[in-house]
Write a protein that binds this ligand. Structure first.
Ligand code: ADP
Ligand code: ZN
Ligand code: ZN
Length: 670
């Protein structure tokens, strides 16, 4: 921190402001102020264009590149001590540099809304409460014990562990026992999870184990609750913080360990504005804080597996299910040789009867909500499409309407075709609502519980459905991927993947990896307690080499064969991507903008390749045309350096009203 000469009033205060501009802003101090109060890290109020903004002092300089008479003055001081501890601050600076995003916006988005608005950071009394722990630690099996010992054995220094354990192998128990040791020596622990609202059981399990205060950071907290949780972590009162991706920026008094559960999960990547990957930032944070970090998954990302191969991460394996549970058996159902109606093959129906007759639960997985993805005219081949997107309207039955899954536009279901006026409109294809209807026909006496984004929209609905599942004996659960994530359904003994083929043939090079992960996650729901499980995969490509490897040799072999493919075609993680995305109401504006970017890049073409511009997969959303320019290199430093130069040039051009653009470093959707 720069020390200030109190007699010298020629100081310039360099601020981070919440604007998209990738730069800092110089201001003069308020008149007649004791400079002692103006230290880096505190929030101040400043005039900016016609508004007043809350900024953070980044540094104190002797002079500015801006002539002094043009500099404005700080008009208010909001803090006496820095609002962010140094480690969070360093993480923000690193992220700004790595993702090429405005540091002012990053700093602002790490703060709870009330602090962003300039409110004071004051803790409310007895707000964060201790838990009434009732659960005792379990007796660890040998693999779990090895994992716990390895994590604790390392000195208090940066170390990345990949805890690779099949679903039900007791990863959570490993986390709990490592955390217990950390809390006992006065450390705090950060646990990042993909989705809290979908898996309230996780938080409950933590609360049942520890009496120490735990805070869960999730989207349904009020502004005041979020602020109090944030303060409790910062001043050391909260011992465990469980949160989704933005929790990676939580300040701590003494952070001793980070855990990233389901590290492969795509929801750790923010998909708009500041497009960071919370797992990657968590690793950086552990590095800055000199502490260990544990990445846990039953289906680790190819990135993490490669880092194990390269010796950067230490692999900890839990190859078997904990307790008495055994891994499920896979069974392929070849749809080419069986008759099928609305997603249910005869063979699947008879297996379902078998399992239900023994009072077990059956889970059907279909990653498409709604009744049918297409409303089609059998007389003239017209298809109902969204007016604002390059996408089809999805036919919904309950409630009855057409709905766009990209912009949420809704319209009544048509009686007659818009094009030919005929009455031949028919819903084509299969969604969860149609599957539900088909199940009802075959299993009229069995409770059916559908879990998808439509049935869980209402607050508390997910919790209600989960309770129903736990109360019922025999039942059929059906749902999309939100049913696949992390839940523990001990009565489920049969899981069926209704359509495994959609992931096998996709334009995105990550689709196969994601298909394999999802398939294993879904499979992991079967037979988690003492009952053994069966996983049925309905497919028209039972001999597909990837499916075969996955089913016969398991996820590790599958992942290694995907890694070989990626290496041969020099795709991530063997190369690095960045994407410029441009959106405009007029398609040519988006296109011209990206062509201009491509030209700026042309001076650097030797070090990487540029593909595009091309229309995005969904080329129009909410009326905006979307185009992409893809940059690919095998040297990260070249990418970073080039992007910096190009962004400076782009910013010098000033904001454009006709084109909105973003840069996505390490995109996960290509
Ligand atoms: P994962 O997080 O890998 O899916 P969990 O930690 O949720 O696995 O464990 C799955 C089930 O096995 C839970 O019901 C848990 O209580 C039980 N379990 C975990 N470890 C043990 C153990 N060492 N002995 C007996 N049961 C265990
Ligand atoms: Zn028609
Ligand atoms: Zn739409």
């Amino acid at each position: 921190m720069a020390s200030l000469d109190m007699n010298d009033n020629k100081h310039v205060f360099r601020l981070a402001l919440p604007t998209p501009l990738r730069r800092l802003f110089d201001y003069l101090p308020p008149q007649a102020i004791d400079y002692k109060n103006l230290i880096p890290g505190i929030r101040v109020l400043v005039p900016f264009q016609s508004r007043t903004l809350v900024g953070i002092i980044v540094s104190i300089e002797k002079k500015s590149a801006v002539p002094e008479e043009k500099l404005k003055r700080i008009i208010g001081i909001l803090d006496q001590v820095p609002i962010l501890p140094e480690d969070v601050y360093k993480l923000c600076l690193w992220a700004a540099d790595y993702y090429h995003y405005s540091v002012g916006e990053i700093l602002a988005c790490t703060l709870p809304a009330l602090l962003r608005k300039g409110k004071p950071a004051v803790a409310k009394q007895g707000y964060i409460i201790a838990n009434n722990a009732t659960d005792l630690p379990l007796q660890l099996n040998a693999a779990q014990n090895d994992a716990v010992q390895s994590i604790l054995a390392g000195k208090e220094t940066f170390n990345v562990f990949l805890l690779d354990g099949v679903t039900g192998s007791g990863k959570t128990e490993v986390y709990l026992q490592v955390i217990a040791k950390k809390i006992a020596i006065g450390h705090q622990v950060l646990v990042l999870v993909p989705e809290i609202s979908l898996t309230p059981q996780t938080v409950e399990r933590f609360k049942a184990r520890f009496s120490a205060p735990i805070v869960a950071l999730h989207s349904s907290l009020s502004e005041q609750e979020r602020l109090q949780a944030w303060i409790a972590a910062k001043n050391g009162v909260a011992k465990i913080v469980i949160g989704t991706r933005s929790a990676v920026f939580t300040p701590f008094a003494k952070l001793g360990l980070i855990i990233v559960d389901e590290e492969h999960d795509a929801s750790f990547k923010q998909q708009d504005r500041f497009r960071y990957h919370a797992r990657d930032l968590a690793i950086m944070r552990a590095n800055i804080n000199h502490i260990p970090i544990v990445l846990g998954s039953a289906t680790p990302s190819l990135e993490s597996l490669l880092n194990v191969t390269r010796g950067r991460y230490q692999l900890l394996s839990l190859p078997q299910r904990a307790g008495n549970a055994i891994l499920p058996q896979f069974k392929m159902l070849d749809l080419r040789s069986t008759s099928m109606e609305d997603g249910l093959s005869d063979e699947l129906i008879s297996m379902m009867h078998d399992h239900l007759d023994r009072d077990n639960q059956v889970m059907l997985f279909l990653n498409r909500r709604g009744f049918a993805p297409v409303l089609y005219c059998t007389q003239c081949t017209w298809i109902a499409e969204c007016h604002r997107c390059d996408a089809r309207m999805v036919y919904h039955r309950s409630p009855l309407r057409l709905q766009c899954h990209h912009c949420d536009a809704r319209s009544p279901v048509l009686e007659r075709c818009t094009q030919c006026g005929g009455a031949g409109l028919q819903p084509i294809g299969l969604g969860t609502q149609r599957l539900e209807q088909a199940i009802k026909k075959h299993f009229s006496n069995v409770p059916i519980i559908r879990v998808d984004r439509d049935s869980t929209r209402r607050k508390g609905a997910m919790q209600d459905l989960l309770e129903q599942i736990h109360e019922q004996k025999k039942a059929i659960l059906l749902g999309t991927q939100i049913l696949a994530k992390g839940h523990h359904f001990p009565r489920v003994t049969l899981v069926a993947i209704i359509d495994a083929d959609s992931g096998l043939f996709s334009a995105d090079f990550r689709a196969a990896e994601q298909m394999g992960q999802l398939l294993m996650q879904v499979a992991g729901r079967a037979g988690r307690a003492e009952k053994s499980g069966t996983v049925v995969i309905q497919t028209r490509h039972p001999n597909h080499p990837l499916l075969q490897t996955l089913v016969q040799q398991g996820y590790q072999a599958f992942a290694q064969s995907l890694l070989k493919e990626r290496e041969l075609s020099i795709l991530p993680p063997f190369s690095y991507f960045a994407i410029f995305r441009a959106e405009a109401y007029a398609e040519e504006n988006a296109n011209h903008f990206l062509i201009a970017v491509k030209e700026m890049l042309s001076t650097y073409v030797e070090s990487f390749s540029v593909l595009g511009p091309v229309p995005a997969l969904i080329s129009k959303r909410k009326g905006l045309h979307c185009q992409h320019l893809l940059l690919k290199t095998n040297k990260r430093s070249v990418l970073q350096h080039t992007l910096k130069n190009v962004l400076q040039k782009l910013e010098a051009l000033g904001a454009s009203h006709s084109v909105k653009w973003t840069l996505d470093v390490d995109p996960i959707e290509v």
